[in-house]
Design a protein around this ligand. Structure first.
Ligand code: AKG
Ligand code: FE2
Length: 364
């Protein structure tokens, strides 16, 4: 039973992606944690300490010097992504974005509740377990598309599981806890690679967008984000400080774009309460905050957004890639101290999908 929530469906095609949104902006000089993965096996303890500290205090960190995916693998993937996005829309739209599957291609269709308009971008979401059913096939001039994406996902998956093994240990879960929950070889692994291309900016200064991606948190456990040198604009606002709506007006930190480095953030779906009768009592359940909930709020989630360039900035298209570690649907999310009622991963994800791809929530 859901109380206090009304879902209003909007007609997304009527909204202009270039509407100007003005939000108060405070930029901070918060130091950004850069964690080197050099000599991983020999430096494991030190690396683990740095990761946990960053997750507890900030909610994000930048990984450098990782063995895989190497800078070259990342560059290859960016080249492939560029070849994909120049294909005509009628080819890309053969696999349209399906909200319930969180898969496929969209253009100017993702409305951010924080801005009320669609991000001026296109993106393709590839879920590993749909690799033979819902990935673009027979793409003109890019026969390597399938194989290269697959290899890249596997490489990012390995790195993600290394990172999550430290979180499992810190939470007192068995070492394989997160790798079982995100097992790529399972038929229902929801982990997803998203290729993104924000449009180049043309036209009148007065029509320029303020944001390329409106402020949001991701609704997964952990996101590994790849930026390309020259494509600055990413800003983050750690969950701890995000006390206003969508963190607008809080302290934001710019994360410079550098090919080869990986920005890692802890995911969270925006909070929403539902009420149920649990063991004879009226109880509230909090939806969202996957790793925050899984860690009983110990690890912080992170608001982030992508600012559009100013007229004297780099107005070319911006490319990025995100790997979302999403647990298998049946996995129950419940922290060591059971601070929140257990909720299945699929319940979290469906709830977040509804919010991020169409509706806005209006509290009664
Ligand atoms: O493009 C970026 O840098 C951020 C993308 C992002 O936050 C997302 O797709 O969730
Ligand atoms: Fe995101």
């Amino acid at each position: 039973m859901t109380l206090g929530t009304l879902i209003r469906i909007r007609n997304i095609s009527k909204l202009s992606p270039f509407r100007m949104i003005v939000a108060p902006v405070t930029m901070s000089n918060r130091p950004v944690s850069r964690i080197s993965l050099r000599d991983f096996d020999a430096r494991k303890d030190q690396i683990g300490k740095e990761l946990i500290e960053a997750a507890e205090n900030v909610g994000f960190f930048i990984l450098v010097d990782q063995e895989r995916p190497s800078k070259q693998e990342i560059e290859e993937m960016f080249d492939l992504s560029a070849k994909y996005f120049v294909l005509p829309d009628n080819v890309k739209s053969q696999y349209p974005f399906i909200r319930e599957q969180n898969s496929g291609w969209e253009k100017d269709a993702q409305i951010r509740p924080s801005t009320g308009v669609a991000d001026p971008k296109e993106s393709l979401q590839l879920q590993y377990f749909r690799r033979n059913t819902y990935w673009p096939k027979d793409l003109p001039d890019i026969p390597e598309f399938h194989g290269t994406c697959l290899k890249f996902m596997e490489s990012v998956q390995d790195l993600s599981m290394k990172i999550l093994s430290f979180f499992a240990a810190a939470l007192g879960f068995p070492p394989s806890f997160f790798s079982d929950a995100h097992d790529l070889s399972s038929e229902d692994c929801l982990s997803t690679l998203r290729l993104l291309r924000y449009h180049g900016i043309t036209g009148k200064v007065s029509d320029m967008p303020e944001w390329r991606a409106g402020a949001h948190t991701d609704f997964d456990v952990l996101t590994l984000l790849f930026q390309e040198t020259g494509g600055d604009g990413l800003e983050v606002c750690p969950g701890r400080e995000a006390h206003t709506s969508f963190a607008q007006g809080d302290d934001w930190t710019a994360v410079p774009a550098r090919t080869g480095e990986i920005t890692v953030n802890i995911g969270r779906a925006r909070r929403m309460f539902v009420f149920i009768i649990h063991r004879g009592r009226l109880t509230s359940l909090r939806l969202g905050d996957m790793l925050m909930a899984w860690s009983d709020d110990r690890f912080k989630s992170l608001y982030h957004r992508v600012k559009a360039p100013r007229p004297d900035g780099n107005l070319k298209a911006r490319n990025s890639m995100a790997y979302f570690n999403q647990p298998r649907p049946h996995i129950l999310i419940e922290g060591p101290t059971k601070k929140y009622e257990a909720l299945s991963a699929s319940q979290y994800i469906l709830n977040a999908m509804k919010r991020y791809y169409q509706p806005t929530e209006i509290p009664k």
